[in-house]
Design a protein around this ligand. Structure first.
Ligand SMILES: Cc1cc2nc3c(=O)[nH]c(=O)nc-3n(C[C@H](O)[C@H](O)[C@H](O)COP(=O)(O)O)c2cc1C
Length: 427
C-alpha cells in the first residue's frame, strides 16, 4: 500500500489524477460496475459463468447488495480527520486495513498466473490472502509469492481424513497464519450459468492443484488405478473429451506427452470429484480440528446466530459470515442481514469477518459498523486479475481500501475502533 502521510485514499486519487494529466486513464476501473463490465469483455463465456455466476436465479447476490443498501452512513463534520489509521490486528499480525483477499478457486480461468498473481497483489498491499483449496497453484508456490505478508489456508473437508491432515500440515509448513474451513459447499450449489454450458472447471483439471501436488492425494489416485473398477473404462471419444484430456494432462504434474498416455490425469479428476467434499460433515468433525492443527481456526459460511453461538462455544477463533458470494443457496439471507443478528451473539469472543457482496469502501465501513472485525473481498480481485494480472488484482483492492479510507474520514472518524453502529441508520 502506498505509504503516504495523507492516507491511502488521497494517495490513490493523486496517482490516478496525475496519470490523467498525462492522458492515461486507470487500467482498472475504480467502480465495481465498470470493473465488472470490463472483466466480462476480457474472459471466455465459460470463465464468466463460473466467476460471475450465482446459485439459481441469483437472488442471493441481490440480497447481499440489498443488505448493504438498507444501511446508510450518517457523516459527521468538523472533527479533524487529517490523520487516519486503518490498521487492525488479526491473529497477532497488524495489517494495514481490515480487508482480506477471499479464497477463489480456478482463478486460472481468468488469468494464467492465477493464485500466484493474486498472492503477489495481496503482498503488494500487505493484506492477507486466503489460499483456496481449489487453487490453480500449489499453496507452496503462492506462499513463496507472498514474502512476509500473511496468508491463510481455506480447507474443503475431504472424504479422506488423511488428505485433510496432509493439507493442514502443508498449510502449517507453508507458513499459513490461520485455517478457514468452508462449510457451505459440502455439495456444489445449483449454478445454472455453468450448468447451461455443461462447464465445471475441475472436470477439466482446472483448480485442483492443491490435490495434484499432495502426496496423500496422489497415493489415492494410484490406488484407484490399480483397482480397475475404480477407473471409468469406456469414455466416449468426442472432440470435447479430447480437449478435456489435453486440459487435464497439461495441468497434471510431469510432462504433457507422458501424461496424455497415462491414466493418472483422468483418474486424478475422477478421484477429486469423488472425495473433495463430505456432505456428512458435522460439528463433531469440527471438534477434532483442535488436535489436528495448532493454527487459529475460522469457520466460513455461517449465517444463523445459533450456528455462530455453536461455533464460539466450540472454541473456534473466528467465523466468516458468508453465503459464498451467493453461489450456493439461491434465496438465501444476505450476508449483512445475517451479520446484524450474529455480531451480538459473538460479542467479541471470536473474530467476525463479513464476506459476500463487498463492492466498495462504503461497504467495508458498513460491515465494520455492524460489528465485523474485517471483510473479505472475492469477485473484485478476480476481475482485477482478469484485466491486469497481479497489478490488476492489486489495484482493484487498492481502490476499495482508498475509498474506505476516504469514507472513514469523510464520516468524521479516524480509526477502525471508532466505527460503531452509531455511524449508521437503517432505512
Ligand atoms: C470464482 C470464485 C471461486 C470461489 N472459490 C472459492 C473456494 O474455492 N473456496 C471458498 O471458500 N470460497 C470460494 N469462493 C467464495 C469466496 O471466497 C467469497 O466467499 C465470495 O466470492 C465473496 O463474495 P463476493 O464475490 O461477492 O465478494 C469463490 C468465489 C468465486 C467468485
Amino acid at each position: 500500500m502506498t505509504d503516504n502521510a495523507e492516507g491511502p485514499g488521497r494517495a490513490r486519487q493523486n496517482v490516478i489524477y496525475r496519470d490523467g494529466v498525462l492522458g492515461r486513464n486507470p487500467k482498472i476501473p475504480t467502480d465495481f460496475a465498470a470493473l465488472e463490465r470490463a472483466a466480462r469483455k476480457k474472459v471466455s463465456p465459460t470463465a464468466w459463468a463460473y466467476v460471475a455466476g450465482g446459485a439459481g436465479a441469483g437472488s442471493t447476490m441481490d440480497a447481499n447488495r440489498e443488505g448493504f443498501d438498507r444501511w446508510k452512513i450518517v457523516p459527521r463534520v468538523l472533527r479533524d480527520v487529517s490523520s487516519r489509521n486503518l490498521s487492525v490486528e488479526l491473529f497477532g499480525r497488524r495489517i494495514p486495513a481490515p480487508i482480506l483477499f477471499a479464497p477463489v478457486g480456478a482463478a486460472e480461468l481468468v488469468h494464467p498466473d492465477a493464485d500466484v498473481a493474486i498472492a503477489g497483489a495481496a503482498a503488494d498491499l500487505g493484506l492477507p490472502y486466503i489460499f483456496s483449496n481449489q487453487g490453480s497453484a500449489p499453496m507452496e508456490a503462492s506462499a513463496a509469492a507472498m514474502g512476509t505478508a500473511p496468508h491463510w489456508f481455506q480447507l474443503y473437508w475431504s472424504k479422506d481424513e488423511e488428505l485433510v491432515d496432509s493439507l493442514l500440515q502443508r498449510a502449517e509448513k507453508s507458513g499459513a497464519d490461520a485455517i478457514v474451513v468452508t462449510l457451505d459447499t459440502t455439495m456444489l450449489g445449483w449454478r445454472p450459468m455453468d450448468l447451461n454450458l455443461g462447464s465445471l472447471p475441475f472436470a477439466r483439471g482446472k483448480g485442483i492443484a492443491q490435490y495434484t501436488s499432495d502426496p496423500r492425494f496422489l497415493e489415492i489416485v494410484r490406488d484407484r488405478i490399480k483397482n480397475p473398477a475404480g477407473v471409468q473404462a469406456d469414455v466416449e471419444v468426442t472432440l470435447g473429451a479430447i480437449r478435456s484430456l489435453i486440459s487435464m494432462s497439461r495441468r497434471y504434474p510431469g510432462k504433457v506427452l507422458q501424461n496424455l498416455r497415462s491414466p493418472e490425469p483422468r483418474a486424478a479428476v475422477e478421484t477429486f470429484l469423488d472425495i473433495y467434499s463430505r456432505p456428512s460433515l458435522s460439528w463433531d468433525d469440527i471438534a477434532t480440528l483442535r488436535q489436528r492443527t495448532s493454527l487459529p481456526i475460522l469457520l466460513k459460511g455461517i449465517l444463523h446466530p445459533d450456528d455462530a453461538r455453536h461455533a464460539v462455544d466450540a472454541g473456534v477463533d473466528g467465523i466468516l459470515v458468508s453465503n459464498h458470494g451467493g453461489r450456493q443457496v439461491d434465496g438465501s439471507i444476505g450476508a449483512m442481514d445475517a451479520l446484524e443478528t450474529i455480531a451480538p451473539v459473538v460479542e467479541g469472543r471470536a473474530t467476525v469477518i463479513l464476506d459476500s457482496g463487498i463492492r466498495g469502501g462504503a461497504d467495508v465501513f458498513k460491515a465494520l459498523a455492524l460489528g465485523a472485525d474485517a471483510v473479505t473481498v472475492g469477485r473484485p480481485h478476480l476481475y482485477g486479475l482478469a484485466l491486469g494480472g497481479r497489478a490488476g488484482a492489486r489495484d482493484a483492492v487498492a481502490n476499495i481500501v482508498a475509498e474506505f479510507d476516504l469514507t472513514l474520514g469523510l464520516s468524521g472518524l479516524t480509526s477502525i475502533s471508532a466505527i460503531t453502529r452509531d455511524a449508521l441508520t437503517r432505512i
